[in-house]
Every structure is written in C-alpha cells, then in structure tokens.
Write a new protein. Structure first.
Lengths: 371, 299
C-alpha cells in the first residue's frame, strides 16, 4: 500500500491545536498572565529582550508565554515581530556614567568613589531550594499578603563615574577605542549584511544579541587558554539609563524613556607591541536588563576578538571573528539546526543511488585475496 | 481539490508581508544578481515569521517579486503537499491573497526546495530556489573573506581537485546533489541541494532562476537562456542518475523517483518525486505497476 505524506494541511492544523493544549497545561490550574511573567520572571524577560533585540517587557513576556517558556523560541517570536517595525529615528548614545545605579562592583579596587553596591544579586545566596516558595498559595498574593520585605534604596546623590574612567586618567588603560571612521554613523547589523573584517561597532551589536550560552562557552574557553587575555572585572554595573532623541523639528534632545542595562568593563593585561606601550586593554559588554553572565561573557569575547588589532597571535576559535560572529545568533543557528527536520527525501535518494552503485563496484579485499 | 485556489488575504499585513522599503532593497539585490549571473549578492535579509533554514531566502525573494496577477506554486522535494510547502503556500495565501496552484504550467512563480519541476519551464515563469548554503566552496574553505577572494580571482582549481579525488578513490564523482556548476563561463555556483538529475534543466532555461539564502544573506541568479555547465572532465563527463524501475503510479521512466518503504519487511516502491507531473500523467491515462493505489489529483 502506498502511504505518502498527504493531507499536510490538516496535519499542520491538528498539530497547532495540540501545541496550544500543551502550552495551556492543566485547565484546572489558573492561566499565567503576561503581567505575572513580566513581574515575576524578569530575568527571562531580560534575556528575551536582549537576544530578541527589542526593549519591550510586555511583548517579551507575551512571547515567553506563547513559547511555553522556551526562551530561544520566544526570542525568535520577538525578533520576527521586531523586523516589521518601522524605524522612526535613532536615539542619542546612552551615557552609562549617568546611570541610576542599582548595583555596581569592581573587582580591581577595594573601594571606588560611589562605593561598592551589592544590589540585588544571587551571588552570595546559598543555592538551597527555598521550600517556603513552594508553599505560598496564589490566594495569599491576591489578598496582598506579601511576605517580601522591601528596603528602600537610598537616593543616588550624584552620577557615579565609571571605574575605568578613573584609571584611564593615568594612561595605564588604553583609551576607549575611537571608531576608525569617527563621525560616520555606526554599523547597523539589522539593516546591512555582516561583512568581514567587521568593525567593532558591528561586532558589539552581534555580541549584544548573541546567544548567552554560546558566548558563555566562548568566554569560558578564553579563560582556559583558547585565547590569552587575562581579564579582571574592572566594573560591573546594572541600573537605569535615560534614552533621548533629538527630534528634527526641535533640534535638542528630549528624554523619551528609560531602559535597564548591564554594563561590564573588563580590563586585560597587555605586554605592548611595536605600536603600543604596555598597558591594560579593554573588553566591553552591554546588555539589556540585568544579565551579568551574558555581559561578562560578551566582554571576554570582545577582548578575544581584538587579538589581531593588538598584534596578538589570534589563532584560537574565540579569536576568530567569522567563527564567533557567524555562529552567535540563536535565531539563525536554531533555525538551521532544526531544518534537518524538513524532508530531505530527494537528497537522500540521490545518496542512496550513489552508494548502491559504489557498493556494487566494490571488490571486498577477502575476495581479492582468494583469487 | 481545484487546481487553482484563492484565499482571502489577512488584512493585518502589508501585501506579501514585507514592507515596501525591504522589498525595494531585495529587488535591488535581485537586479544586481541578474546582471552578474552566478555572483552572490549580499542583502540585508530579514527575520521572517518562519525559521531561518526553512526557506526564508526564497520567501523574501518571492515576497519581493510577487504581484496580485501572479499565480504561485510551492514545492518541497518536488511535491506540493509536503508540510513545509503547505506552510509556505499558506503564508502567501494569507499575506498576499494571490491564487495558488499545484500545476506547473499554470504558475507564474514557483518557489522550490530541492527540485526543479519535470515539466519544462516557459519564458514568463520565475523559479525561486530556497538555498541553505550559497557558497559552493564553503566545505573546502569555511571562511567567507577567503571564498570571496577565490571567486574574485576565479580560483576554482580546488573544486576540480576535489572532484578528481572522488574519481581517483571511487571511480566516479561522488556528488549526487548540490552538484557545482559554472554559470556563463564565470562564477562557480551552488545550484542548491537539487539532485544532479536536475542540473541539465538549469542550462539555457527560458525561465528566470532566482536563488535566495536568508540565513546566509545572499541572493544570486541565472538569467534566462544563460549557460549553466556542471563541472566535469573530458574523460569523466557529467551524467545524471538513472533508475532500473519506472514510477509505480504513472509508469514514467524519465522522472526523478522517490523510494518509499511500504512495509515492515523492507518492501519498496518507486514513485515520481514531482507529484504534479505524476498526477498529470495518470490523468492522461499512463499507468504504472501499482496504479489505482493513488487518487489522481488528490492533494
């Protein structure tokens, strides 16, 4: 009997219904609201906004719900939506030195102006499952019985300068690399295909929305000897910055909102070269939301990719620009890996035909020996 | 099922989904690609609502050239009813509201993955290929900066060496699909993973052939009546696959056959990969060894 892939249309519809049921789970359990996701899974929302490259907490939360918690799928949903949005204008560069800081630490100095601010971090929690969370019934929350104690943050008196700027005054750290073509608008990887060698502007854009897991692995590999960058965490800061635009008809900047950012400045040993004196060099990480793991990985990889520019050997995968930049986008990599699910009957048939022919011509060595 | 069907378009989208600026950008890339046959033109590929690797390049090309008067056919592995072909056809029915068809002769645009229809194409038709990896030299040289240089210098010896090594080792060129071609005597081109059986159909085709690689952000083209030569050697000329069997449904001995496992004992049957071609032959009265097992025209 001939059984072919027929009725694809009905099969797809049925599959969508099953997917929706699986997403919803047990209908006896109340459905999550988008607001609950955006308020109570903020780190998941941050990751989806960063790698989806769209700063919108509500849409990211919606995407997470729709994707049933599959963050890479949620990132894809957000990215596909993002690409349909019109470009209304470009913001002014955000100034992280004027950040409303919620957390700020430096691993290179015991104390820094403005102080070390631990802020909300899981760093010093003991990773013990908190069974009290399991016991909290949703009804308590509905009645406003909130057991979380809320400390009010002291107001930040004045801007907190970045640690690396303080060190920079001594000339021990390289200047923040000026764009080679100062005055030119920065690259835009969402509007132009990536070309190589890529500028640092394009590279940082790719890394900022690159897959966290991939960058984490590369950053880790760079620490274990696949690269040679000897990093120190000069500063890690997380907080809120204002976003401003200059409308053409006004001619001056107006703030249109604020976004949460995590910024990491890595400082790396550098022995100097023919063209540069010995000094510390920088790796930079900047990510939407509160994502220190991602921002630190990004800074490590950024520095690794500066190998050629600084006259280093640059022979590790972490220092290979095409290897890193072409493979860091999880919308691309997830799609291509999973396209193997699509039918390949024709290619496979071609290979079968070839293999049968090759085998029919193959003389087993034992047969030859017997002659 | 009627062969030509129209679905009311979804009002929430721009015609054919892409905004007009993006379409213009893609069309510019297409024009450049047509002007330089076989050359891979970088373009600012967009994220589509379908995953990269699932036809986003072909979809963007189709979305940029399709008009309301067009009739679209979408095939995957030669068939109109494979799931991804169904999905892409539904996407355009929904966002462009154009009529779709399964009949090769009735289509003005045919988007394809892995096959060229058996029915010869005409001058007014456009064949849009979905391309996973556009670079023919990629598996010999992984770096894009290097392969672009090799194309610029027509440094294609490495591909001939690879084919020669196949002959030295196996007695044949062991590439059965995605078989490299030279376009217009200049650029080495990857025909996308079509079986080499289909390569001769590309040569001097009266139809325009466009290739879209969404994830890799490249578009290339073979203009009508352009020479497309499959690489070979004088003493090892290019040849296509042959089957000992005929199609079990329509009896065709000249089409590309899919092998289908029919029972748990490993029983097989061979049928046309191009379902429209097979249906048309059955309707015309041709019969194969298993005729009657299939409802002609059903999809």
């Amino acid at each position: 009997m001939y059984v072919a892939v027929k009725g694809g249309e009905r099969a797809i519809e049925a599959s969508h219904r099953l997917l929706e049921a699986a997403r919803r789970g047990d209908p006896a359990v109340p459905e999550l609201s988008t607001r609950q996701v955006s308020e109570q899974l903020p780190r998941a929302v941050d990751r989806v906004m960063a790698e989806g490259s769209l700063y919108d907490r509500e849409l990211a939360a919606l995407a997470i719900r729709q994707a049933a918690g599959d963050l890479v799928e949620a990132i894809f949903l957000l990215r596909a939506y993002r690409t349909t949005l019109p470009r209304l204008g470009n913001s002014e560069p955000v100034d992280t030195a004027r950040m409303l800081v919620r957390r700020r630490i430096s691993a290179t100095f015991k104390d820094v102006p403005g102080g070390q601010i631990l802020g909300p971090t899981p760093d010093y929690t003991h990773r013990l499952l908190d069974f009290r969370l399991a016991d909290i019934a949703p009804t308590h929350a509905a009645q406003g019985e909130d057991t979380v104690q809320r400390d009010r943050l002291p107001p930040q008196e004045e801007p907190m300068p970045r640690v690396m700027d303080l060190l920079g005054r001594e000339g021990l750290v390289e200047d923040e690399t000026p764009a080679a073509d100062e005055g030119q608008p920065p690259a835009d990887i969402t509007r132009e295909p990536l070309r190589f060698p890529a500028g640092r502007d394009a590279r940082l854009q790719v890394l900022a929305r690159g897959d966290e897991g991939f960058l984490l692995a590369l950053g880790y590999a760079s620490q274990r000897g696949f690269s040679n960058t000897h990093p120190f965490a000069g500063e890690i800061r997380y907080g809120v910055v204002a976003v401003a635009i200059v409308p053409e008809e006004l001619g001056f900047a107006i703030e249109i909102g604020e976004i949460e950012l995590t910024e990491v400045q890595m400082v790396n040993q550098f022995a100097g070269s023919d063209t540069a004196p010995p000094q510390f060099t920088r790796g930079y990480g900047l990510v939407f939301g509160h994502q220190e793991r991602k921002a630190m990985s990004m800074a490590l990889v950024d520095r690794s990719l500066r190998g050629r520019e600084l006259g280093e050997a640059a022979d590790s995968p972490t220092e290979d620009e095409e290897f890193v930049l072409y493979h860091s986008d999880n919308v691309e990599s997830s799609g291509f890996v999973q396209h193997l699910k699509l039918p390949h009957y024709v290619d496979f048939q071609s290979e079968l035909e070839l293999l049968r022919r090759l085998r029919s011509e193959f003389d087993p060595p034992s047969a030859q020996a017997a002659e | 099922m009627t062969r030509v069907s129209t679905v009311a378009p979804d009002g929430g989208y721009t015609f054919a989904y892409l905004d007009e600026q993006t379409k213009r950008m893609v069309r510019r890339a297409i024009l450049k690609a047509v002007a330089i046959p076989g050359y891979q033109v970088p373009f600012a590929s967009r994220e589509m609502p379908l995953p990269f690797g699932w036809g986003t390049g072909g979809i963007q090309v189709t979305a940029s050239i399709i008009g309301r008067e067009d009739t679209l056919k979408v095939i995957d592995q030669g068939a109109d009813d494979t799931v991804n072909a169904v999905s892409i056809r539904a996407f355009f029915a929904r966002t462009a509201g154009v009529p779709t068809t399964t009949r090769t002769e009735d289509a003005t645009i045919i988007q394809t993955r892995h096959r060229i229809p058996e029915t010869p194409l005409r001058a007014s038709q456009i064949l849009v290929y979905q391309v996973p990896i556009p670079e023919p030299l990629r598996w010999l040289e992984p770096r894009e900066a290097e392969t672009r240089r090799m194309h610029a210098l027509q440094e294609y010896g490495v591909m001939h060496v690879r084919l020669y090594e196949d002959i030295a080792r196996y007695g044949h060129i062991a590439t059965s699909y995605d078989y490299p071609v030279r376009v217009n005597g200049r650029y080495l081109m990857r025909p996308s993973p079509i079986p080499k059986f289909d390569n001769p159909k590309m040569d001097r085709s009266p139809a325009l052939q466009l290739f879209g690689a969404g994830r890799e952000k490249r578009i290339y083209a073979v203009p009508p009546h352009t020479e497309v030569r499959s690489l070979d050697f004088d003493d090892h000329p290019f040849e296509v696959q042959k089957w000992d069997q005929a199609c079990a449904l329509c009896g065709s001995t000249a089409s590309f056959l899919d092998e289908i496992v029919t029972d748990n004992q490993g029983g097989r049957m061979f049928v046309c990969s191009d379902t429209d071609h097979c249906d048309a032959r059955v309707l015309a009265g041709h019969v194969g060894s298993a005729a009657g097992d299939r409802d002609p025209g059903g999809a």
